[in-house]
Ligand binder design. Structure first.
Ligand code: SF4
Length: 393
């Protein structure tokens, strides 16, 4: 059974506390300081021992970069980065999954390069440069198709991904109508199936994307993150990358956001990221309706108002996303983190809907959700009136 205080490899999320990194001054002057990805803290999150690699991916420049970063790792040749027995699936238990997430990487080539329309968080969902995550949030949708123990797959053909994006952006031309995604730029979510901040501990895929977008004046990259990686401060995004720090009340986060940076640390990093050239937004997500949730969100919003610098507030916007859960994930979680399910699985106020991929997704009932969204909007208006809500879903 998982409990944040006893989670393997410190599920409390304090693993990457800024204290542990001693990164206060370094965060303000990133280029001069040591890189997080070379630190002992990074090795604790990603003590990579085994790399499953498609041969072409291993032989590529990006693949060679990853292999050089983890020279002691055993390399296992695989035909495909999908469905690797023993890696992808729900067999075993949380100790094993967390071990797999940290100790294993997969190198593959992304075969399908498709940019999908979105219209909510971003105008477009870009083909990601990775799939999978070293963290283990209890509600995460990323493992639904690959099973819980899905470590990070790095797609090594980043040059093809960027070339595809360049063509897609060129085809759009300038954005003529402002929308809630952005007033001027086409927004591309580049981190749909992972966390780009963690990916930056592994290789330069995130850096390459940030650098690419600064050449495209009609477009902007965007990714959500629950991990504070000060190495990103040195990438000089020139306003063309939006980083969205995901926030939820710290008590919820300690229960649900396993292996992530503490919420206070994500908030404290906002000013540094803005000063480094990022646009800084927030994802108020997922909103988990549980006894006392309104008080907890009130406290979080008051904290935001107290500590964020005015320059962050002036440009900030937020997405509000109510929890979506999943029946299969619920069953998986019962085996390792039943306390999380007490908050996530509330059949008396939820309804199920079959997803396109055949799974049974569970959302708050329409009336419950409408009331909760209205309540959260009111709390934002009261406590963080400067925080424009881009959309609430
Ligand atoms: S950080 Fe994001 S991608 Fe990673 S486990 Fe949590 S929700 Fe999933």
């Amino acid at each position: 059974m998982h409990d944040p205080s006893t989670a393997p490899d410190d599920g409390s999320g304090t693993l990457f506390g800024l204290d542990a990194l001693a990164s206060g001054p370094a965060a303000a002057a990133p280029a001069a300081g040591p890189l997080l990805r070379d630190s002992a803290a990074a090795r604790r999150l990603l003590p990579v021992r085994e790399i499953h690699a498609e041969p072409a991916a291993a032989a590529s420049p990006r693949g060679r970069q990853v292999l050089a970063r983890f020279p002691d790792a055993r390399v296992v040749e695989v035909d495909s980065h999908w469905g690797i027995p023993g890696l992808h699936g729900n067999e075993g238990n949380v100790e094993r999954w967390v071990r797999v997430k940290g100790e294993t990487l997969v190198l593959g080539e992304r075969k399908t390069l498709t940019t999908r329309p979105n219209g909510r968080s971003a105008d477009w969902i870009a083909p990601g440069a990775s799939n999978g995550c070293a963290m283990a949030c209890a509600y995460c949708y990323v493992p639904r198709r690959k099973g819980y123990a899905n470590p990070v797959t790095v797609f090594t053909n980043i040059d093809r991904i960027i070339a595809h994006l360049g063509r897609h952006i060129a085809r759009q031309g300038p954005k003529r109508e402002p929308n809630q995604c952005d007033a001027d730029a086409w927004v591309y979510d580049v981190g749909e199936n992972g966390d780009c901040s963690v990916d930056a501990l592994i290789c330069d895929n995130t850096a390459d994307l940030v650098h690419a977008f600064r050449q495209w004046p009609t477009a902007k990259a965007s990714f959500a993150t629950k991990f504070v990686n000060p190495d990103l401060l040195a990438l000089d995004p020139r306003g063309r990358t939006r980083i969205r720090f995901s926030l939820m009340p710290p008590d919820d986060s300690r229960l649900l956001d396993v292996r992530t940076s503490p919420v206070a640390e994500r908030i404290a990093a906002a000013g540094d990221f803005l000063d480094a050239g990022y646009e800084v937004h927030f994802n108020l997500s997922p909103v988990v309706v549980r006894p006392g949730w309104e008080d907890a969100w009130t406290e979080l919003l008051r904290h935001l108002d107290d500590v964020l610098p005015d320059r962050v507030k002036r440009q900030a916007a937020a997405e509000v996303i109510m929890l979506t859960h999943n029946r299969d994930l619920h069953q998986v979680n019962l085996g390792w983190h039943p306390r999380a399910e007490e908050a996530l699985w509330r059949p008396e106020i939820q309804q199920a809907k079959r997803s396109e991929s055949g799974g049974l997704n569970v959302r708050y009932r329409v009336d419950v959700k409408a009331e909760a969204v209205a309540r959260l909007r009111a709390l934002v208006a009261d406590h963080t009136p400067w925080l424009r809500i881009r959309y609430a879903f």
